[in-house]
Structures are given as C-alpha cells and as structure tokens.
Design a protein around this ligand. Structure first.
Ligand SMILES: *[C@@H]1O[C@H](CO)[C@@H](O)[C@H](O)[C@H]1NC(C)=O
Ligand SMILES: *[C@@H]1O[C@H](CO)[C@@H](O)[C@H](O)[C@H]1NC(C)=O
Ligand SMILES: *[C@@H]1O[C@H](CO)[C@@H](O)[C@H](O)[C@H]1NC(C)=O
Length: 364
C-alpha cells in the first residue's frame, strides 16, 4: 500500500521535472509566485510570533540593589517614618489582648482590603500595613488618607512598597506592635489575599498558648537561584542553598513575649528579601534558637476541594481574589449559623478527607 503510494508520487515528481526541463519559465512561475506572495510572508509572520514565545521572559523584576547599599535593618528603620496610623490606640488600656492581626497590603489594593474588612476582619482586631507605591504617590496617599479616615485601620510608612521590601514591611509590623500593643498574646502576620477562619484560628491559639512561633512549617526548602523566579535569592544575600525550617509567610503567629527579643536580634542579622525566611528562620530559629511550631491548619494554599467543610477546618486559605474571598466567607458563615450541626458533618467529612490532605493533595 505505502509502497505503491510512494511509487506514484515519485513517478509524478519525475514527470513534473521532465516537464520543467522542457518549459522552464512557464512551470517555475506558479511555485515562485506562491513562495513570494504566500509562503514567505506566512513564514515571517510565524517566525516573528513564535520566536517571541521562545525568548526567555522579560528581564526579571528583582531590584535587590538597595541590599547592596545596606543590609542593616536598623538603617532602614531609622529612615522610615510613619505617615498614617489609626486614630484610636489599638489596644489602649486593655490588659489582655488575645491577638492583633497585621495584614500586609499595598496602597492600590483597596478592593482586597475591603473584602477582608467585610469578612473575617470583623471578628478580630485587624490593621493593614503598607508603604508608598508607584508613580502617583501623592494621589495614592490622598486615597489612602480618605480610606484611613473612614475605617481607621490603615498603617502607612514612607518606604517604597515593593515585593523586595517585604522584610522591611514585616519588621515595621513587629516594631509597631511593640510600640502600640505590647501586651498582645500573639501577633498574627498575614496577607490581604488570605481568608482567615477566626474560629479555627482561635482554636489554634488556645491549643498552642505556649508556642513561640506558630505556622505552617516548610522543611528543607531549596532556595531559588534562577533570577527569573519571583523568589530568587542571590548567593550574596544568602549563601546556603537550603533552609532547614521556616514558617510560611502567608500566616504565622509570633508570641508577644518574644517580640522584643526578635527585634533586638534582627538588628544583628543582615537583611534578605524573603521576609518569612528572614524572621522565622534566620532571626528566630537560627539566631535565637526559638522553637517553630508546625500547624497544618495555617495553610499556605487553597483547599483542593472548594466545599464549606474545607474552609471550616483550615485557619487560613491563601491566594483568593476579593470575589473568591466573599464567596468562601459566605460558606463559612453558613456553617457557623448551624454550628452544632456543622460540627458533626464537618468532623465526619474531615476524618475522611483529612487523611487525603496528608498525601499532599493540595494545590497552590
Ligand atoms: C525599599 O525601600 C527603600 C526605602 O524606601 C528604598 O530605598 C528601596 O529602593 C526600596 N526597594 C525597592 C526594591 O523598591
Ligand atoms: C516539618 O518538620 C516538623 C518537625 O519535624 C514536622 O512536624 C512538620 O510536619 C514538617 N512540615 C511539613 C510540612 O511536613
Ligand atoms: C449546641 O451545643 C451546645 C453544647 O454542645 C448546647 O449547649 C447548645 O444548646 C447547642 N445549640 C443548638 C442550637 O442546638
């Protein structure tokens, strides 16, 4: 079959060649016209479009140069002023504060903040911390002033709000807590795309009153040495390739008793760009020898199954846009309304699915 097809094709080709031999110009013209008018532009178009896809991504946005000038936390702290803060003292004269929640945000992320405000932040003392952002700093600051007047939950510092400055932002959070709410039992540091389950978080704290630092422990993590990666760490910022243990920055708790110690020690530890590795591993664990307690309920991921009981069981869920956050919150509130009934259903559910989770069936 194949053989006969090939034979026919080759016979036709030979016939064609013989033909060209006789009337060259006439029979070469149509293929030439085809090549010039159709194939050539088509190839050029194809090459232009595919080569763009094959090129490496745009140059990485890793301006780490400020760390070359100074890696001293003290230097950055003394050069950073507070611009906006809550009009009422956050903890005032209250003796016992269970937890103060500081949410890492950025000036333009007002929608994300509103989603947090309308959902879980109603249940715990929560403030948003940010710097100054982008080209139109003044306009942005005016917007933030208005937002701050309305809700009294913004804390704005005059440093450049950038992904590579998150360590400075976290340091400012710790320092602000020490200055304004030193009596808090725990500081909970989280992000504005995290849905917190206040009831589960409460339980996590009750069950770990003696914990020094508490969160989702990541073990034996290899650092990213590829400069195109968002979490790129150059060797001059951190020499070792592996970090034995740290708590994921999506949400961790620091025992208030250890805040002064941590801030004191941080002054002696050169800064690096990943805030969670810096504070939980380099400062707390390595420098001070504090214990990092693992609790898988402080999840750094989204549940792999988007059903109510998953949100019930987790203390935090990461990477939600404002719409997703409101939707997940509605599910959670629904469960809380029929609390007793839900507890029965969800504990049965989690007994079954909880073990699945342990096999790593989660996604980022
Ligand atoms: C971090 O903030 C400092 C102080 O505002 C600034 O000098 C530096 O350029 C910022 N870094 C980035 C990457 O924006
Ligand atoms: C990391 O190690 C701790 C202590 O050995 C362990 O309890 C925890 O489960 C580990 N973390 C993960 C994500 O497996
Ligand atoms: C829920 O359970 C608690 C104790 O288990 C009980 O005191 C309470 O009355 C129950 N609530 C409802 C609405 O059934």
């Amino acid at each position: 079959m194949l053989e006969s097809i090939l034979r026919i094709i080759s016979r036709k080709f030979l016939y064609y060649l013989k033909f060209i031999g006789r009337r060259k110009v006439l029979f070469l013209a149509p293929p030439l016209v085809l090549v010039v008018l159709v194939l050539w532009p088509a190839c050029r178009w194809f090459a232009a479009h595919t080569s763009r896809a094959l090129l490496p991504p745009l140059p990485p946005d890793t301006p780490l140069q400020h760390f070359r000038r100074s890696r001293s936390l003290q230097h950055y702290l003394t050069h950073t002023q507070i611009l906006i803060e809550p009009s009422v003292a956050p903890c005032g004269s209250i003796d016992e504060v269970r937890v103060i929640t500081l949410v890492s945000s950025a000036p333009p992320r007002a929608a994300q903040r509103q989603a947090v405000r309308d959902t879980w932040a109603k249940h715990q003392k929560t403030f948003f911390v940010m710097g100054l952002h982008g080209e139109r700093v003044d306009e942005q600051l005016v917007d933030n002033y208005i937002e701050a007047k309305q809700y009294s939950d913004l804390i704005v510092f005059d440093f450049r709000d950038h992904y590579q400055n998150l360590t400075l932002k976290t340091a400012l959070m710790l320092q602000w807590t020490l200055d304004n709410c030193p009596q808090t039992e725990f500081l909970f540091k989280t992000d504005d795309d995290v849905l917190v389950n206040p009831w589960t978080l409460q339980k996590v704290m009750e069950q770990n009153v003696d914990a020094q630092l508490l969160g989702y422990s990541r073990n034996n993590t290899l650092l990213h040495r590829d400069e195109y990666n968002k979490w790129y760490v150059p060797r001059w910022l951190h020499y070792e390739d592996q970090v034995s243990r740290y708590l994921s920055g999506t949400g961790y708790l620091i025992n208030g008793d250890f805040l002064p110690q941590i801030m004191e020690a941080a002054v002696n530890v050169p800064l690096m760009n990943l805030e969670d590795i810096y504070f939980t591993y380099l400062v707390a664990h390595k420098e001070l020898g504090l214990k990092l307690t693992h609790d898988k309920r402080l999840s750094p991921t989204k549940p792999w199954l988007k059903v109510s009981c998953m949100y019930w069981w987790l203390a935090s869920t990461h990477s939600l846009d404002p719409h997703e956050m409101r939707a997940a919150w509605a599910k959670l509130e629904g469960l809380m309304k029929g609390r007793n009934h839900s507890t029965n259903i969800c504990s049965a559910f989690n007994e079954f699915f909880g073990s699945w989770r342990d096999y790593g069936l989660t996604f980022e």
